[in-house]
Structure formats: C-alpha cells, structure tokens
Design a protein around this ligand. Structure first.
Ligand SMILES: Cc1ncc(C[n+]2csc(CCOP(=O)(O)OP(=O)(O)O)c2C)c(N)n1
Ligand SMILES: [Mg+2]
Length: 442
C-alpha cells in the first residue's frame, strides 16, 4: 500500500516561502540576465534637448524642448493581431474608445461654456490604454482609475452623464456635487475605487483589495494605473513590493505618456523602459504600444489570468503620448510640435478604426458611420440630461460627511474570510481572534 504523504512541516513551508519567486532570470557564468516581454511592433526612441529662452516680452525665462534625435518620419506600424479578442469584442472596445474621446470633447465645450466647476482632465491619445485595459477585468473584479482613465470608468458602467454631472458638480452626480472631476468610485456595484490625487496611493489600496478578496477565498485581478511621473513616488514602490511579496493579483499599468506635467520622461527616470522596474520587484514586466488596442488588451488579459491563478502581480508599461496639457489650463507649449505630429499619426482610435474597417473588414463603412452616429446620439442625450439636472441644495452640503445609520455597511463581496492569518489565530498570538474576523467586516 502506498505510504500516506506526510503533511509538510513548518520548516519546509518556510523554506518554500523563501524560494526566490523572480521569473525570467538566466545565469550564464557570472552574468545574470532578465527578460522583459515587449509586444511592440515599433520602438520609437527620441531624445529631447532643453532650451531656456528669454520670454518675448522680456519678463523672464521660458523653458521648452526640441527633438534632438529620433526618426520622426517612421511609418505607422500595423495593429498587432490579438490572441484573444473576437470581432464583437474588438468592436465593443472601439465603441468605448469613441465614447471616451467624444465625451471629453463635449466636456471641453462645457468647460468653455463656463458650465464646469474646476478643471478638466483629458486622456486624448490614451483611450486604447484606458478602455482595453478595463475591458480585460471581469465584472466582479476591481479597478482603481486615475484622472485620465475616464474611458475605464465608462467600461465599468458609469455613463457619460455621470461624468459630465460630476464635472458640473450637479446634485445627480456620483458625489452629489461634493467633489470635482473624475474623483469618484463605486464600491457597491461597479467595484471602482475612486482616483486618489496623491500619486501612487491607489497601488497599496488595490493590493489591499486583492488581499481582502484572498482572505475571502478568491483570487481576483485588481487593476490600477500610475504615470511616468507618479511612478517615482515611494508609495508606488511600497505598494507594488507588498503585492509582489504577498503574491497579490495586482495589474499595474504604468502609463508612460512621455510627460509628467511639463517634465519629459527622460528627466524623470534613468532606466531605458519603466517595465524594467519589474525586475527589482521580482515580477513580470511587459511593454506594450499604448496606442495599439490589441496589445494593451492581450497584455492585460494575460496579467489578469495570472492574477486569477494566484500567481501575483504584473507591471505593464504602456508607451504613448499625452496629446494635451496636464489639464485644460495647460496649453503644453513646452512640448515640441513635431512630437505631437508624430503621435497624431498614431492616434489609437484612427488606427483601430483602420484595422477594423480596412484590414479585418469587420466593420463596413456604413456600419462604422452608424456606430459613430449612435455614440453621438448617446452623448447628446447624456449631455442634455447633465445640463438640465439641478445643482445641489445648500442644505445638502454636509450630507455624507458624517456617518448616518447604515451608511457604510461593509459586507464581504465574495465570502466570509477563510484565511488562517485572520480567522485561526490562537489565543496567545497578537492578531485578531477567530471570532473577531466577522466583527471586523461588519
Ligand atoms: C505624491 C504627489 N506628488 C505630486 C503631485 C502633483 N502632481 C499631480 S499630477 C503630476 C504629474 C504627474 O505626471 P504623470 O504621473 O506622468 O501623469 P500624467 O499627468 O502624465 O497622466 C504631479 C507632479 C501629486 N498629485 N501627488
Ligand atoms: Mg505622464
């Protein structure tokens, strides 16, 4: 009779836990090399020269940049075939991207009409990254968008009217007029954590969401974003390191849009590609062309699947260009015009449209026109609804500030916690007792 396998000893488990988890490292002699997957079909590389000039009116100095080297006339690459997306899914993402773009144009107009309270942030040129990434998540998984990821909010089920009302501080907006721009979420039904302005703070929060789900017995994918500027913050390191060590299903998309406010990426970090940072965390790093919808989706899908298998986080660097200033007040005069022209040819929506209509022939010209008309119609209806909805009443200002009966009834989303780390501590340990876990989640 086969001998029953002995239960692993505590010592063995500890040794297993300490085994290095870093993937993709190769050692030849005294040289160790690491692997970064790069999905791109072109690898643009530009260097910029900083120029400081006297302002024309003589009131001080002005700073701008010029392209010093790089091939600005390179042909636009084709869209990379997706390994996973069907025709219907591609068209659906294309529609989200269009809605994202047109909604932001509508917001710009509302701002110019004086109807917006505060500023407006745009994701122009980043729609493929916002929409195709969020599309890779399952409905019961979690997203933590940044201010430019308004397309991701649409994919998660917010309407253009929600976003417009939010910018106009209307009573019917998600924050009932109490906060501006895209700072809102929905932890009840859409599983969206509100953007956090302090750059990087979403990363440990989303890692915590994945940990919470795991304590409830489920490996889920959680996704958030950080910019080429924001990734320099300490909390980015802390959050991602925590996710890596704990094997949490975090998908971190580093949106390298070449500018952190007015600082060019070259002056923000020294590594060649931000995906290389993954090596230091011991997790996979992937590079995608952020203007290629299929590349973004495929990398995110693979990272989400890895998360669902409980294998831990992935860092995806999406390379693209922020096609406007930091926000509506910033005319981005410091950006060299030829760089705008180069990336304009790589417009994610125009590229995907060309792919669907001309390359795959998945959309006829008439079908495409009907789809665009449908998006415009939806926006018109939502815009009207947003404009005509009332402003909040003065007496509602303090609402939602203090705890009201039943206002934050936090329930576990997946199941009651199963983890030994919370549920099974013995009386001598310092952690919460078995009976405390359910209490903590009330
Ligand atoms: C911790 C922290 N430091 C500084 C800021 C101010 N700030 C807001 S946006 C921004 C630039 C961010 O650049 P990047 O991360 O590249 O994002 P992008 O604007 O390109 O989307 C800065 C410095 C902040 N919000 N949080
Ligand atoms: Mg940036």
């Amino acid at each position: 009779m086969a001998k029953k396998k002995a239960a692993p000893t505590a010592k063995y488990l500890q040794a297993k836990r300490q085994k290095p988890r870093a993937k993709g490292a190769e050692q030849t002699g005294d040289l160790r090399t690491y692997t970064i997957r790069d999905y791109r079909l072109e690898k643009p590389s530009f260097t910029l020269r900083q120029i400081v000039e006297r302002k024309k009116d003589g009131t001080g100095d002005e700073l701008r940049y010029e392209v010093e080297s790089g091939d600005l006339s390179a042909p636009v690459p084709p869209i990379r075939e997706s390994k996973y997306l069907s025709r219907e899914q591609c068209i659906e993402i294309y529609r989200w991207m269009l809605l994202n773009r047109r909604m932001e144009t509508a917001l710009e107009n509302l701002y110019k009409q004086g109807k917006v309270v505060g500023g407006v942030y745009f994701g122009l040129g980043q729609e493929a990254c916002s929409c195709a990434s969020a599309y890779a998540l399952h409905k019961d998984e979690w997203l933590g968008p940044m201010i430019r990821n308004q397309g991701a909010l649409l994919v998660r089920g917010f309407s253009p009217a929600d976003i417009m009302m939010q910018y106009m501080a209307k009573a019917g907006s998600p924050t009932k007029g109490r906060d501006a721009s895209s700072h809102f979420g929905d932890i009840e039904t859409r599983n969206v954590v509100a953007p956090i302005s302090t750059l990087g703070d979403l990363i440990p929060v989303l890692a915590g969401v994945a940990l919470g789900a795991r304590l409830q017995g489920k490996h889920i994918a959680v996704m958030t974003y950080i910019g080429d500027g924001g990734q320099s913050t300490g909390v980015t390191y802390e959050g991602l390191n925590f996710a890596a060590v704990q094997n949490l299903g975090l998908v971190l998309i580093v949106e390298n849009n070449l500018w952190g406010y007015s600082t060019p990426a070259d002056m923000q970090f020294r590594v060649k590609d931000l995906a290389e940072r993954a090596i230091a965390y011991g997790i996979p790093g992937v590079i995608v062309d952020g203007t290629d919808t299929c590349q973004v989706y495929d990398a995110c899908h693979e990272a989400c699947e890895r998360a669902r298998r409980g294998e831990g986080p992935t860092l995806i660097e999406a390379k693209m260009m922020r096609m406007k200033g930091h926000a509506i007040h910033d005319a981005a005069e410091y950006v060299p015009e030829p760089l705008f022209e180069y990336w304009k040819k790589r417009d994610p929506i125009a590229r995907f449209e060309d792919y669907l209509v001309n390359k795959k022939k998945w959309l006829t010209s008439a079908g495409n026109e009907a789809l665009i008309a449908g998006v415009e119609q939806q926006l018109e209806t939502d815009r009207e609804q947003a404009i005509n909805s009332p402003m909040p009443t003065p007496e509602s200002a303090a609402g939602g500030v203090y705890c009201e009966e039943g206002c934050h009834n936090i329930k576990p989303k997946y199941a009651m916690p199963k983890s030994r780390t919370i549920g099974d501590r013995d009386e001598k340990s310092s952690g919460p007792k078995r009976s405390e876990a359910p209490v903590h989640l009330k």
